[in-house]
Write a protein that binds this ligand. Sequence first.
Ligand code: DGT
Ligand code: CA
Ligand code: CA
Ligand code: ZN
Length: 581
Amino acid sequence: MIKADIVSALEEIAVLLELRGENPFKIRAYQTGARALETMEEDLDALLEANELGKVPGIGSALIEKVATLRADEALPFLDELRASIEPGLVEMLEIPGLGAKRVRKMHEALGVDSIESLQAACKSGAVAEMKGFGAKTAEKILHGIVQRAAYAKRHLWWQADLVARPILEGLRELPQVKRAEIAGSLRRLKETVGDLDFVVAASEVEPVMEWFVSQSSVESVTAQGTTKSSVRFEGGLQADLRVVPEEQFAFALHHFTGSKEHNVALRQRALARGFSLSEWGLTQKDGADGAEAGAMGHGIKSEAGLFQFLGLTEIPPELREGMGELEAAEAGTLPELLEPSRVRGVFHNHTDASDGRDSLEAMALAAKELGFEYLGLADHSKASFQANGLDDARVLKQLEKVRAYNASESEGAHLFAGIECDILKDGSLDLEDTTLSALDYVVVSVHSAFGMGAAEMTQRVIRAIEHPTTTMLGHPTGRLLLRREAYAIDLAKIIDAAIANQVIIEINANPQRLDLDWRLWRRAAERGLHCAINPDAHGVSGLDYFRAGVNIARKGWLPAEQVLNCRDQAGVERWFAKRQ
Ligand code: DGT
Ligand code: CA
Ligand code: CA
Ligand code: ZN
C-alpha cells in the first residue's frame, strides 16, 4: 500500500471509531497519526526498516504496527473488523454537510436509520425532530444537506474561487450597514483548492446584508437564509456561506471561520489552559472552583492580532493556520517573515510561440516589464515534447541568439534569460546535447512522458536528471493536475535530498492547477537547505500573473525570501547560474 492509501486508512479508522462512539483520545491518535504521515517527507520504508517511525512526532506506538502492516500490503484485520462492524450507510451519511459521526450514531441507535434514504424518511416523519437534542430545525437542516450533498462534494481551484469571491467582498463592503467584511475559510488560508467560500461581516443591521447576498445575479439557488448565516450556490456549483455578527464578535467569528479546524482546536486548548473558553462568539473566563462562568465575552479584543496577543502569541497569518506547529512558533517568536509578491523580480519557466506558448518573445518581455519584473526567463519545450512543438538543438541555439540580440537592443521589455524546459527522457537522460544545454543561461528539467512507471524507477529517472551538471531546476516535480490528475508515483524525500545535494532548485509551479511542489513539504525542505523558484509556467502574457498563486504557496510553505531565487536581482540570479555551470 502506498503512503497516501495508508493515510486514508488511518483517517477511515478514526471515522469508524467515532461512529462506534469510542474514546476521543483514541480517535484523535489516528487523526494526528494520519496528518503526521501525510506531511512527513522521510522515506517511510527507511523509517520502518530502522524501527524509527515512532520518532516522527504524532505517530504513537499503537499506530506503528498498523502502518507497517498496511505498508507490507497485508490486510489489516483490525480495519476489516471495524468496517464489518459498521453499516456502510452510516459512513455515507457523513457526506451530508453539517452532519458529524456523533449524530449519525445517535440516530442510528435511536431510530435504526442505516442509509441516506432511511435518514431522509426519518427527518420527514418527524422522528428526528422528536429526538432529544435534535429538534425540527436540525431535521430540516439534515434534509437540506441531503439535497445539497452532490454539489458540495466538488472542490474548486483557489484561483477560480478567488476570482468569484473578490467582487462579492467589494459588494459587501459597499453596503451602508456593513462595518467590516472579510473572506474566511480555506480561501483566506490560501489552500490550493477550496470547498466553499466563507464571508464574515460585522453589520449594524442583518437583514439587508443577507438580502443583498442571496439576490446577487450570479446566485443559482439559496440554500439557507437566516439571521446569522446564509448560504448560496452559484452557477457551476461553487457555494458560499455568509455569517453576520455584531461588531464586538467580529474578530472571534473571523478567526473561527477562517480555521483550519486543527488550528482552532489547538488555539481553544491553549485558551482553556489559561482559564478561558474560546468560541466564535468570544472568550469566557472560567471561574475555576465551581465551574461557574464569569467575565466579559470580548475582553476588548477587536482584531485577530488582539486575540493572539491575549493568548500570549504573535499574530499568526491565516495561511499558516493549519495545525502544523504555528502556535509553537508564534509563542517562540519564530514565525517566518512571509514573502510578498512585490519581492518577486522575475520568473523562470515560461513558454513562447516558439513551442506551445501563444505570444512572442518580445510580447512576453514587455508583459513582464509591465508586471514590474526586472527579468524574465524563457523555457520553451524540448523536442521530445513534439505535441508541444518542442525545440531541437538547432532551434534552441537560434532562440538563444535571439535572446542575446533582444537584450543588446534598445527594447523596453524585461531582461531575458535564455533557458529551456528540457524533457527528462525515460532513462533519466536529457533531451538535448550537453553542449546546447551548457550554452544556455539555465535549464529546467521536467517529466512529460511515461507517467505510469513505478515509484522506484521514476525516482531514479528524476534523480539522474537532477545530477546532470547543466540542470538548474526541476519543473513540476509530481506532474499533478489538481482535481484532474494524480501525482505520478515518486519518492519526494529522495528527490528533495538529491536536489539539495546537487544545489538544484525545485520550482513551485504556480499554475493554479499544479501548485507543485506541494506547500506541505516546503517548510522542512527549506530548513534543510532546498532553494525554490516560483514559476508561472506561462503559455502567454496573461499566464505570467499566476506567479501570485506561487507566492501564496511559498507563504503557506514558510519559505524564507533568501531561498527564493526570484527575490534576487539580475546580477544575483546570474551569480547563481554561473555557480552551477
Ligand atoms: P473548505 O471549505 O472545505 O475548503 O474548508 P474550510 O476550512 O473553508 O471549511 P468550512 O467552510 O467547512 O468552514 C470554515 C471554517 O469554520 C473552518 O476552517 C473552521 C471552522 N469550522 C467549521 N466547522 C467546524 C467544526 O466543526 N469545528 C471547528 N473547530 N471548526 C469548524
Ligand atoms: Ca470554506
Ligand atoms: Ca463553509
Ligand atoms: Zn512542463
